[in-house]
Structures are given as C-alpha cells and as structure tokens.
Write a protein that binds this ligand. Structure first.
Ligand code: SAH
Ligand code: SF4
Ligand code: F3S
Length: 454
C-alpha cells in the first residue's frame, strides 16, 4: 500500500481536486479519506469546480431526493467536460454501490471517467491512475467489503473535531433502509487501532471525536475478542488532551442500561443521546423491523433522564411508512409529547428499490405524507423552543468551533454545548478551539445566544 502511494505521488503535482459529498457523516469521512489520497498524490484542494483537475462526487442513496440531486449535477457537468476533456470526473459512494445505478450512469453519462463503490474506497489511487490512462469509463464495484483496511490517509476538515470510524456496514435490515445493501455487513475495527487513532488525534490537538457507525452499540460483536462499545468508551475516556467524545448513531434496541451508566461515569462522553425512534406506533415499528416497542423506548429515555438529568435527547422520524394510518401517526405525535425531544430530524418515507418496504401495500400519497410531516415539525418545534427557553440564564460549557460572523461591534463566535446545542456569542478570535462558559441570554428554537462568563 505504502509503495503504491509513493508511486502515485507524482501524478497530482500542480493539479487541483474538488470532492463534494452527499449523505451522512460516514460519507463525509470517506471523502476525507479520498482527499487524503489525493493530497498524498500531490493534488491540492480547491473550492472552484472550474479549476479542478479531479472532481469527485461522493453519493448517498438514503432517499430518492439524494439520488435526484446527483443526476442533476452529472447532467450539468457535460459541458465542462467538453471544454476540459483532460479533467477527471469520478463518482462513488452508496448510490453507485447499487450496480444497476452504476451501469446506468456509465451508459447515460459517458463524460464520467470513474465509477466506484463503497467497498473499494481504499483502491482509489489505482482506480484514478487507471482512469487517467484509459479512454473508457473505469467502473469497479465490489459486491462486498474485503475486510477492515487500516492506515488510510485522511485530510480532515478541521483541526478541532474529528470523525473516527468504529464499525462499517449494518446488519439490521430495517424495512425501509438501503444502507445494509450499499454498506454491507457489520465489521468492527480493532479496539487498539481506534484507541491509537484517537490518541494520535489528541496529540495533534484535536479536542473532540465523533465515533462513527450505523449502529455503534453493536461495536465489537463481530470481533473474536468480544469488545463492547461501553469498554471502548471507557478506554477513550482516559485519553489525555481530548475533551469530548460523541458517537453516531445508536440503535434504541441495543442501547444497554450499562452503557447509560458508563456514560454517566465518564468525563468526556457528552450528555447527548441521538436515538432514532422512527415511529411511535408499535404496529409500524414492527413493520419497520426496528426490534423495539414504544414502551422500551420510553423506559430507556426515563433511565437516561434519571441518571443524567441534563441529557439532551434527539431523534429521527420517518413519516408515511406504508400502512401508517392517522391513528399510527397520532402515536408518533404522542411520543413527541411524552419524550419531549430536544430536536428531531423528520423525513418523508422514500421507497428504496430492493428494500422490504418498497413493495409493501398501502403506500401513502406524497400529499398525505407532507401533511403529516408539517404537523410533526410544528409539534416538535414548540417543544424544542420550550426546552431551550428554560436554559435562559444558565451557564453552559461551550467548545468554540468557529466564527459565525464579524460585525462592526465585534466577532460573533459559534460553538456547541456538551448536549450538542449551537450557541452564538461575542468573543475574541483567540478563543477558537477553547472551552468557555457561556451564559444563555436569548434561546431560540434551533440555537441559543449568550455571553461569555468571565
Ligand atoms: N443507522 C442510523 C440511520 C442512518 S440513515 C440508524 O439506524 O439510526 C438516517 C435516517 O434516515 C434514519 O434514521 C431514518 O430516519 C432516515 N431514513 C432511512 N431510510 C429512509 C427512507 N427510505 N425514507 C426516509 N427516511 C429514511
Ligand atoms: Fe438503516 Fe436500520 Fe441499519 Fe440504521 S440500523 S442503517 S436505519 S438498516
Ligand atoms: Fe447515505 Fe450511505 Fe450515509 S446511503 S446516509 S451516505 S451510509
């Protein structure tokens, strides 16, 4: 691997690349790896498509809309490729991991030079080399991941917060979800490799890591050593210099009571629980193959709040799953009232070819789905605002992450609380990367305004 990277180094000198990413943090992190490879080859990053010698689109397949955006973008690139035929246009990620989609793109968009999937990301330097030498589109989609590949280069977005993969793939097969088909079965990284990576990041000055996996709670189940997510958190909590540990995403079925206790006892694991509920009706949860009932979810939430009263709890909802009646939807609204989430991501159900739900009877009309999602958002927003209003006057720890804007009167900084709320406040640029105490003066629905406590 090292040798290949060295040889590849020559090809990008004085050249530029641009990578755009659709989808989740895992995809964003994959793009950091692609960017790392390109940087190793000598390419420099640009934000201007017009001057990019290599343009990579890293795609998502989670909803139809995500795919439509990519087709729109591919169509628009035809003209640019005509003007600059030496440019390489590459497409990768979850959408093209579906072989049929990859073949369709190869046929309909001949100006695309390189098409590869999620399982052979680590082969990118060779694939790029091949695309540069070939006159035809290079298409390489692997049916499955060969195993966990370590030591890939990464060009991370910033020097403060880092994403760290802990598992790849998903075994859950929720009835609506494409992820298991495009990311393969669960494979965990060895605990020692994760710890070494996080130690390295802390030594470089990173303050926060977010551990990535489609279901972080099942971390280690595929490893012979039988490591658990709870043990991993305990180990990472001891790393010097690191201030905050987050993770994405956890499955309510697999979130153990023990894990809540480990988080309560840890110093660095943040008091933010993102627990995708998806629906409030037990009938729909069963059809979705989620593996838990609303009662279990409520028990888990109660336990979290009992042990960690300041915890924030956020969720994902899918509205309009096949067969969802007005009564089922009322159960979702009821869960919003009962749990009182800090925030929720809400999605219209989008049928994905190949998943169980796509062929279920009683698919809902877009109109019905939209009507329900508006009602859900309205109900949740009211609660988010009420919860935030209660924070007025409180002093909270904020990691200063960036500059929101510069006004004549001073700089407005932006950061997050441990509970993952965005806080904007006036302060000096030197505070970037530091932990500060901020008193909340003006809560809003999705963010908070405050002032530094000296
Ligand atoms: N692994 C994560 C979710 C990844 S996808 C988990 O299990 O929680 C992120 C969110 O997209 C999901 O939580 C779900 O709410 C939504 N989603 C997934 N498939 C969808 C579909 N077909 N239509 C609409 N929303 C979907
Ligand atoms: Fe999709 Fe379910 Fe796996 Fe999440 S747990 S990625 S929703 S199949
Ligand atoms: Fe999309 Fe793939 Fe993530 S389908 S949500 S980019 S795992």
């Amino acid at each position: 691997m090292k040798k290949e990277r060295k040889e590849a180094r020559k090809i990008g000198v004085d050249k530029r690349f641009l990578a755009v990413t659709y989808g989740c943090q895992m995809n964003e992190h994959d793009s950091e790896i692609l960017s790392g490879f390109l940087e190793d080859m000598g390419y420099t990053q640009t934000n201007e498509l017009q001057e990019a010698d290599v343009f990579i689109i890293n795609t998502c397949a989670i909803r139809q809309k995500a795919e439509e955006k990519v087709y729109g973008r591919l169509g628009a690139l035809k003209k640019l490729k005509k003007e600059r035929p030496e440019m390489i246009i590459g497409i990768c990620g979850c959408m093209v991991q579906q072989r049929k989609v990859a073949e369709k793109i190869e046929k309909r968009y001949p100006h695309v030079d390189l098409i590869f999937g999620t399982h052979n990301l680590h082969k990118f330097p060779e694939l790029l080399q091949e695309a540069l030498e070939s006159r035809k589109t290079v298409l390489d989609i692997w049916p499955r991941r060969g195993g966990v590949v370590e030591d890939l280069p990464k060009l991370r977005k910033d020097g403060l917060k880092a994403w760290v993969s802990i598992t790849y793939g998903c075994n859950n097969f929720c009835a609506y979800c494409i992820v298991p088909y495009v990311r393969g079965r669960e494979q965990s990284r060895k605990m020692e490799n994760i710890i070494a990576e996080v130690e390295g990041l802390a030594a470089e000055g990173y303050k926060e890591v977010t551990l990535l996996g489609q279901n972080v709670n099942s971390y280690g189940k595929d490893l012979s050593e039988k490591f658990t997510f709870a043990r991993l958190l305990e180990n990472l909590d001891n790393i010097e210099g690191l201030k905050r540990i987050r993770y994405m995403t956890s499955h309510p079925r697999d979130f153990t009571w023990e894990l809540v206790e480990v988080i309560r006892n840890s110093l660095k694991v943040c008091e933010h629980f993102h627990l995708p509920l998806q629906a409030g009706s037990n009938k729909i949860l069963e059809k979705m193959n989620r593996g838990y009932a609303r009662e279990h979810y409520l028990e888990l939430v109660n336990y979290i709040r009992e042990l960690i009263p300041q915890a924030s709890i956020t969720t994902d909802f899918i509205v309009g799953f096949p067969g969802e009646t007005e009564k089922d939807f009322a159960d979702t609204l009821d869960m919003v009232e009962k749990v009182r989430f800090n925030a929720a991501f809400t999605f219209l159900y989008s049928p994905r070819k190949g998943t169980a739900a796509a062929t279920m009877p009683e698919q809902l009309t877009e109109e019905k789905k939209k009507d329900r999602i508006y009602r859900l958002i309205e109900s949740q927003n009211k609660i988010s605002r009420e919860i935030n209003d209660k924070l007025k006057g409180e002093g909270l720890e904020v990691l200063v992450e960036g500059i929101s804007r510069e006004e004549p009167a001073g700089v407005v900084l932006t950061g997050r609380t441990r509970t993952n709320k965005i806080v904007n406040f006036k302060g000096k640029k030197e505070l970037l990367g530091k932990l500060v105490q901020v008193r909340i003066t003006e809560p809003k629905t999705w963010s908070l305004y405050g002032e530094i406590i000296d």
